[in-house]
Design a protein around this ligand. Structure first.
Ligand code: NAG
Ligand code: NAG
Ligand code: NAG
Length: 290
């Protein structure tokens, strides 16, 4: 073990010595500028090449390090729970699952200069207001929720040709939502809002059986005086080819991806977390509709 470490240290020292050896020459060049023109030109050219290569690589490393993502997460939220969570007096929240967002995992705010323009999705507005509404701020024509979703998530999703404009991003989000038809699927499975509790495993297994992939379900922790967690979000995941895939990572069957913190596009400042196994409350809309 120590031998291994020593030999690596040796190699490192050799490498850094080689690097130092090349540095003084560059310094000489800039300080004195007294080389033969041909040699000076040659070194300068090398120098420029190196600098350019370095900038190139650094840029690529930054991009792949920070902004590379693997899956798209179609996030549905249950408006009654959203309203309960923010303790906001939502007026008439929808009584169906709506879109929270279409989120690349592991990437946010990929292009801050790509601003949101409502006009670009004007053809979608009718559907947007029904299926992708701002549940918390329900005032008419408010578009800051969509702006937020675009800036935080859309600009990263736009790395895919299929999503590389606002119209495509929101349009595809609506398409995926309609294709999944979560509301009618849940109904078909007999999973309806109720004062009685469900088992989280039953919901998960039922959805997995139906869609053929493992979803991720997020809950609000029980508040004081409450017995159980409350279902808040259902996520279904897609590949970059927009095919359904497990929300879990390959090789970790059944275990939800541990990206709940940090890497995960934060549940929009929500205190949602992956549901615990056990009972869950699926609140009827009127329960929280004050
Ligand atoms: C960011 O978005 C702007 C506006 O659409 C675009 O011109 C620019 O090329 C984008 N930058 C990157 C790195 O994709
Ligand atoms: C919302 O926008 C529509 C279409 O642009 C317009 O007709 C309507 O008056 C607007 N409503 C409000 C409250 O601004
Ligand atoms: C999804 O997860 C299930 C259960 O762990 C596994 O059998 C299946 O192979 C996974 N599918 C993919 C595409 O990884």
């Amino acid at each position: 073990m120590s031998v291994f470490r020593d030999s690596r240290a040796g190699a490192g020292q050799r490498a850094s010595r080689a690097w130092e050896a090349s540095v003084p020459r560059l310094v000489v060049l800039t300080d004195r500028g007294a080389m033969k023109p041909a040699a000076a030109g040659h070194v300068l050219l090398c120098c420029l090449c190196l600098a350019f290569a370095y900038l190139c690589c650094a840029h690529r490393l930054w991009r792949s390090g920070d902004q590379e993502w693997q899956k798209l997460i179609m996030v549905h939220h249950w408006p009654a729970t959203v309203c309960k969570e923010v303790e906001n007096d939502c007026r008439n929240p929808p009584d169906y699952w709506t879109i929270h967002g279409l989120w690349p995992d592991k990437a946010e705010e990929c292009n801050r200069s790509w601003h949101f323009h409502l006009e670009e999705i004007k053809d979608l507005l009718q559907d947007m207001k029904i299926y992708w509404p701002d549940v918390i701020h329900s005032s008419a024509n408010r578009s800051s929720f969509w702006k937020h979703e675009w800036q935080k998530h859309g600009t990263c999703a736009a790395q895919l040709d299929a999503l590389n404009s606002q119209k495509k991003y929101f349009g595809k989000g609506l398409d995926l939502y309609k294709g999944l038809a979560l509301n009618s699927m849940l109904q078909k499975l007999g999973i309806i809002p109720s004062g009685n509790y469900y088992q989280i495993a039953d919901i998960k297994d039922a959805l997995a059986g139906l869609y053929g992939v493992i979803p991720k379900i997020q809950c609000l922790l029980p508040k004081q005086g409450e017995e159980v967690q409350t279902i808040g979000q259902i996520e279904l995941c897609f590949t970059k080819d927009l095919q359904l895939r497990n929300c879990t990572e390959p090789g970790k069957p059944g275990k939800p991806v541990a990206v709940g913190q940090g890497a995960q596009p934060a549940g929009a400042a929500m205190n949602l977390q992956v549901c615990e196994d056990g009972p869950v409350f699926y609140p009827p809309p009127q329960e929280t509709n004050r």
